[in-house]
Design a protein around this ligand. Structure first.
Ligand code: TEU
Ligand code: CA
Length: 558
């Protein structure tokens, strides 16, 4: 790579709009709320804003169940509000990336409603319907959100496929009319000024049409059939078409959310020479503290596994694509609660997580609230949780005879709701998010952890993020450098070196509450401090004495 593309030295801010800022006091975050906070976002050093969906939706899956791709949901505002938001983003020299949910629609979408009317409707083939087998589902595929992936429609005597919730029927991309609809939607928003797309769950868009049965999960008739629907070769073809017909001609940048990814597929998607996608967001990277793909079977963080996963993706993508770097998003509990020490070292460990992740190769994605060190909300009651995945898992757990206490802890620690509580803007009532009781309760600690307190404190997490994004910008070692992880098996230290011609840096992170000393590799005698979370590092005779949760990045120009 000779010259960085504009998005390669950019930083992205991810917004979950319902929980970002409520401008009109109805308890729901909205587009005017985003516009009101653009100066704040810009002040972080952000170049691109990505917002989760804000389209008309029954909200069965946090807006990822779209009922009308061309209309803003009334609770989020109007098309004028959208225009004003885009104009405000562009006026500040930032760009906007739209979330496109292309694997499925809401069951309330007009296409699906038409499809239900008759097998002869042209919309019937927009979705995947199949007859039952021996009076049961066409196959034993499990839905990602629990239960079967098939739902029976008595009027048609057929089942439809839904990999996610039953209110999210999967689109059939093998019908050319569906692909044309997708083009039209992508062009519609490009005409309105969006600069790129984040493609949701897009690696699932092709399913093997014979729907073979799979090995059931223990205690369930259903099993995960990912081998039959994730990253099938057909997906590459669809990506090339999207790229050639819409993205490239219009100069739109793309990032795809992808799980279950192997090396070859990843390079196939993102190698610039192939013309498919610009960047990947390897979703399952963070599944390092749970048993398999079951997030509700938590395990303590195994740092060597995390390092191996990061190191793997760094080397796979180096010169063969581009990565999104993230420590959290709207599908994850809060990174600080999960990987840091929110009880004893909340500020330091929140900063460490940023230092550990954002000097890797790729584009930093910062999820709203992580930049002020927000934690999981620590709700007192099960009734405070909202997410479909959490509520389904809770019901299944209680049916199995688990206690409510157990699930209160599990949902507080592991559910997607952890990252979806309203943004803690200030110590005012309702966390300064709204003037009325919000749709979701604020974090219990908002009086102590909020943007207003951190604004003027030079040592706050917020001001650390600002510094980090500033010092990282433009550094050849960060943009182009190769990555080498050191101390791979150390359960407490994460250390890596980024090397480019004439410049090298080392990021050293003590993921523990104990003091640790670490001998710097040769060549770092003359290194300069780029950033640290504990003031000046203690370095004597080439050895750095790390304090609990200390994070340091040093740079050498050679
Ligand atoms: O997530 C896709 C995805 O693979 C998720 O099922 C993920 O594994 C899950 O959230 C883990 O709990 C995207 C969106 O990011 C997510 O919010 C949506 O629910 C999902 O697609 C369906 O649109
Ligand atoms: Ca509102």
């Amino acid at each position: 790579m000779d010259k960085a593309k504009w998005w390669q030295d950019a930083a992205v801010y991810q917004i979950y709009p319902r929980s970002f800022f409520d401008s009109n006091g109805d308890g729901i975050g909205d587009l005017k709320g985003i516009t009101a906070k653009l100066d704040y976002i810009k002040s972080l050093g952000i170049d691109i804003i990505w917002s989760c969906p804000f389209f008309v939706s029954p909200w069965a899956d946090g807006g990822y169940d779209v009922a009308d791709y061309r209309s803003i949901a009334p609770e989020f505002g109007t098309m004028e509000d959208f225009d004003e938001m885009i104009a405000g983003i562009h006026a500040r020299g930032m760009r906007f990336m739209m979330d496109f949910v292309g694997n499925h629609t809401s069951d309330e979408h007009a296409w699906f409603q038409e499809a239900l009317k008759s097998k002869d409707s042209p919309y019937h083939s927009y979705y995947t319907f199949r007859p039952g087998r021996d009076g049961k589902e066409p196959s034993n595929w499990a839905s990602i959100f629990g239960g079967s992936a098939w739902e029976y429609v008595p009027e048609l005597d057929e089942y439809y496929l839904h990999l996610f919730a039953k209110k999210q029927p999967d689109l059939n991309w093998e019908d050319p009319a569906v692909v044309q609809e997708v083009f039209d939607i992508l062009n519609f928003w490009a005409d309105k000024g969006v600069d790129g797309y984040r493609l949701d769950a897009i690696n699932y868009l092709y399913k093997e049409p014979d729907f073979p049965d799979v090995e059931p999960m223990p205690g369930s008739p259903y099993g995960f059939a990912t081998e039959h629907y994730a990253n099938k070769p057909k997906v590459h073809e669809h990506f090339r078409t999207l790229h050639d017909k819409v993205m490239a001609p219009r100069g739109l940048t793309t990032v795809a959310e992808v799980a279950y990814l192997d090396e070859e597929t990843a390079r196939g998607y993102a190698d610039p020479a192939r013309g498919e996608l610009d960047a990947l967001y390897p979703f399952d990277l963070l599944n390092v503290d749970q048993e398999g793909y079951d997030k509700f079977s938590p395990l303590p963080l195994d740092l060597p596994s995390l390092k191996r996963a990061l190191s793997h993706w760094q080397s796979v993508m180096h010169d063969h694509g581009w990565l999104a770097l993230f420590i959290g998003n709207h599908d994850q509990p809060r990174a600080l609660s999960r990987f840091g020490d929110e009880e004893h070292y909340p500020v330091r460990s929140a900063k460490l997580l940023a230092n550990a992740m954002y000097f890797l190769q790729g584009t930093p994605y910062i999820y709203q609230g992580d930049e002020i060190g927000m934690t999981n909300p620590h709700y007192a009651s099960l009734s405070q949780f909202k997410d479909v995945e959490a509520l389904n898992a809770l019901r299944e757990g209680l049916d199995r005879g688990d206690s409510e206490e157990r699930w209160l802890k599990l949902l507080n620690d592991r559910s997607r709701d952890g990252g979806r509580a309203p943004f803690s803007w200030s110590a005012d009532e309702y966390a300064g998010f709204s003037t009325t009781k919000p749709w979701m309760d604020p974090c219990t600690n908002y009086k102590d952890i909020n943007a207003a307190i951190e604004e003027d404190d030079p040592d706050s997490v917020l001001n650390f993020y600002r510094r980090l994004l500033k010092v990282r910008k433009g550094l050849p070692a960060v943009i182009y450098g190769s990555t080498e992880f050191l101390e791979m098996d150390d359960p407490e230290l994460m250390v890596y070196i980024r090397r480019a011609e004439g410049q090298e840096l080392i990021s050293i992170n003590n993921f523990s509450g104990s003091e640790r000393s670490y001998r710097l590799p040769a060549g770092y005698e003359t290194a300069e401090l780029l950033i640290s979370n504990c003031g000046d590092p203690i370095i004597k005779d080439g050895v750095i004495d790390l304090r609990p949760w200390e994070a340091v990045t040093l740079i050498v120009n050679c």
